[in-house]
Design a binder for this molecule. Structure first.
Ligand code: EPZ
Length: 423
């Protein structure tokens, strides 16, 4: 396994270009299954999770070419509708194939995705929504066995759960509804930009969807969808991560080819701390400072503060003047990074779904271990700001969701290198 070695304490300055959004491209690739033709998807980041999705789609029978950020996906010969545990256990997001497979074949056999370090990750809303469309669902030997014996029928579906909306449950139900007989209304749909991007892609395939970007989606079922072309939106979480790399090192970092409108809640919090945020049509510049103020953060479904930037924001707030309270309302247990950040000399106490972050003057280089995608990014940010050398092990988590991560950081002046983890 590899690790990062980071010499901290250097200001990061300059600009990077945002890659395509991981959490848009995964459900869009899954959606391609619903049309028996070749779809072309542009601005696809070269990530571990994208390559895993490609592997699963090829297992199902798709022919895929992935070159220079473009995927050509020929779904004509897809003739399987099962997703074995071997695939699903490596990437929970493969569950985004469930709705499209049922829409195409009327059935699917899918391994239960199981939990992960950020929480139990239930799929009750996915199941409820699909059942409302007429899908008979059983759980047998750890598999979801789905069968729409009498076809898919439009329905009114309230898709809100105890933590609000569900991104991939919305994706699954919306995809299945595009090929259902009649009209479907999804109340309390997720409004994340990645869901809007998926909906726009489905419309290009011939789906009829109104209310896109709102919590109430109306889908008028159609008989067939056709393959199409689409350019994936920029990754807002990658954008926020690099802006925080600038802020935490007191530098001035810009992210180009991004979508500032997707990060309103995040900018609000950055500005609260005293950091200057300059936004243009497709770029954002953050001017860091030597000192910044604490602020309280509550993660919420979009347009609230994104849970996927919570760990990175926590790293930034470990050096703020004052106490910050971070409340996780999406994944209440998503604090595995707190203990690792404390190894840098941070002062974070957990109290249920809250993290109390008492600002300290300095962080000191440490040996830490990555655990999930966003927590790993938080540890790298802390290492960039810490005095001395930091070793981040198990960095394979990072490559699931950040394209050319260390190269982009090095282009901003970071002293970061990858080496074999000999420990
Ligand atoms: C998507 O996961 C993202 N992944 C996650 O990003 C992101 O953290 C999450 O949405 C929230 O924004 C992809 O898009 C591939 P949810 P998803 O269903 O759809 C509960 C990353 O780092 N819930 O919106 O699986 C759930 O437990 C990843 O890029 C149910 O109760 O998340 C959570 O508390 C991590 N029942 C809340 O809803 C269900 O059936 C939101 O989860 C489904 C979810």
């Amino acid at each position: 396994m590899d690790r990062f070695v980071i010499e901290g304490g250097k200001e990061l300055n300059g600009s990077v270009v945002a890659s395509g959004a991981k959490n848009a491209v995964l459900p869009i690739l899954a959606g391609c299954v619903m049309a028996e033709g070749t779809s072309i998807i542009h601005n696809v980041p070269d990530l571990q999770d994208v390559r895993t999705m490609i592997k699963i789609l090829e297992y199902l029978g798709a022919k895929i070419k992935f070159k220079g950020g473009t995927i050509e996906l020929d779904a004509k010969n897809i003739n399987r509708y099962d997703a074995p545990y071997e695939f699903v256990k490596t990437m929970r997001a493969s569950i985004a194939l469930l709705g499209p497979l049922i829409a195409r074949f009327g059935k699917a056999r899918f391994s239960l995705p199981g939990g992960c370090v950020i929480g139990p990750r239930p799929i009750d809303l996915h199941i409820k929504g699909l059942q409302k469309l007429g899908v008979d669902i059983k759980i047998e030997d750890g598999y979801i066995v789905a069968d729409a014996k009498n076809g898919l029928k439009g329905n009114y579906i309230f898709l809100g759960g105890s933590f609000g909306s569900s991104v991939l449950a919305t994706a699954n139900v919306m995809c299945a509804a595009t090929l259902a007989k009649g009209t479907t209304v999804i109340e309390f749909a997720a409004c994340e930009p990645e869901i809007t991007d998926l909906a726009n892609f489905l419309v290009k395939m011939g789906a009829k969807i109104s209310g896109i970007g709102s919590p109430c989606l109306t889908i008028f079922g159609t008989k067939k969808l056709k393959a199409t072309q689409h350019k994936v939106i920029p990754d807002r979480i990658e954008t926020g991560t690099f802006l925080l790399a600038g802020a935490i090192t007191g530098g001035c970092v810009s992210v180009e080819k991004c979508q500032p409108l997707h990060l309103g809640a995040f900018f609000e919090k950055l500005i609260d701390t005293g950091v200057e945020v300059i936004t243009g049509k497709n770029f954002v510049t953050v001017k860091g400072r030597k000192n910044w103020k604490s602020t309280d953060v509550v993660t919420l479904p979009y347009p609230g503060f994104p849970t996927d930037l919570q760990a990175q924001m926590m790293a930034f707030l470990t050096l703020a003047d004052g106490v910050s309270v971070i409340t996780e309302k999406v994944f209440p247990e998503r604090f595995i990074h707190a203990a690792e950040l404390n190894r840098f000399g941070a002062s974070i106490n957990l109290d249920g779904s809250k993290a109390i972050v008492k600002g300290v003057k300095k962080l000191f280089g440490a040996r830490v271990m990555a655990s999930d995608l966003r927590a790993s990014a938080a540890l790298v940010l802390a290492g960039l700001a810490a005095e001395g050398t930091t070793y981040v092990s198990r960095i394979y988590h990072l490559f699931r969701g950040y394209e050319n991560f260390e190269e982009k950081l090095r282009s901003l002046g970071a002293e970061i290198k990858r080496e074999k983890d000999i420990t």
